[in-house]
Ligand binder design. Sequence first.
Ligand code: COA
Length: 259
Amino acid sequence: MKFETIAIAHRGASALVTLNRPDKLNAMSLMMKEELIRALHDLDADAKTRVIVLTGAGQKAFTAGADIQEFAGRTPTDQWHMYEHGTLYDAIERAGKPIIAMINGYCFGGGLELAMACDIRVASDRATLGQTEINIGIIPGGGGSQRLPRLVGLGNALRLTLTGDRIDATEAMRIGLVDEVVPHARLEQRAFEIAEKIGTRSALAVRLAKQAVRASARLPLDQGLRYEQGLFALAMGSEDKEEGVRAFLAKRDPVWKDR
Ligand code: COA
C-alpha cells in the first residue's frame, strides 16, 4: 500500500494509521480522506490486523479538521458527488474491525467527526477538541450534528456546535466526548493496551459485538433488541463459542479460530 498523506505501521496484531501532514496540523485533504478509506478497507480485509488505531503525526494535532483551503470554490454539486461516493466517516463505522481514535492534540471540526465515528476515543491530557465549523460560516457535514448529541446530549452538542468553542480533554471526558484521558507520554501505551486486549478476543465475536452496539445508535429499542438477538443466535453457531465454553469448563485459555 503506497500513500502520500498517511502512514501505516503494524505492531503485533494492531495497525497504527497516522494522518501525516504535520505542517498543516494533519488537516484532511480530499486525497487524505481517499487514502484513509482505501487503507481502512485493506486493513479490514487483512487477516493479521485485528484492531486499527488512528492518530495524527507530530506533537500538536490529531487533525485540525477538513482542509479549509479546499472549501474555497467548492459547489453544492461537488459536495453532493462526494457524499454519493461514500464518506470516510461511514467507512469507519462500517468497518468490521474496531477502530480506536488516539487523540494526541488538536481535534477540530471534521477531526472531531473522525474521532466520533471511531469506536473508542482515548485522549492525551494535552488534547483540545471542538465542533468548530461555525467559526468559518458552515455547519458539521461529516456526521457531527448527529453523532455529537448521541455522545454528549442535546444541550452540550448545541453549545459546542453553536459557539464553536474548544474544550480541553478533561471537559471532553466529563461530558462523554472521549472515553479516557491519559498523560501525553502514556497515550500510545494506553491506546495499544486497549487494542491488544481486544486483539486477544475472538475476532468473530468482536465483529458481532461492534455491529450490535453500533446498531443502538440507528435503531429504535425494539428493533435493536431483535437485531442483537439475531447476532447472538449467529454467535451460538460459531466454532469460537464451542471453544470458549470448552476452555471455560476445562479452566484453560481459549484458542480462537475467529469463525
Ligand atoms: N485546513 C487547512 N489548513 C490548516 C487547517 C485546516 N483545517 N488548520 C491548520 N491549518 C494550517 C494553517 O493554515 C497553517 O498553515 P501555514 O503554516 O501554511 O500557514 C498550519 O496549518 C499551522 O496552523 P496555525 O494556524 O499556524 O497553527 P496554530 O497553532 O496557531 O493554530 C489552530 C492551530 C488549530 C487553532 C488553527 O490552525 C485553526 O483554527 N485551524 C482551523 C481549525 C478548524 O476550524 N477546523 C475545522 C474546519 S471545518
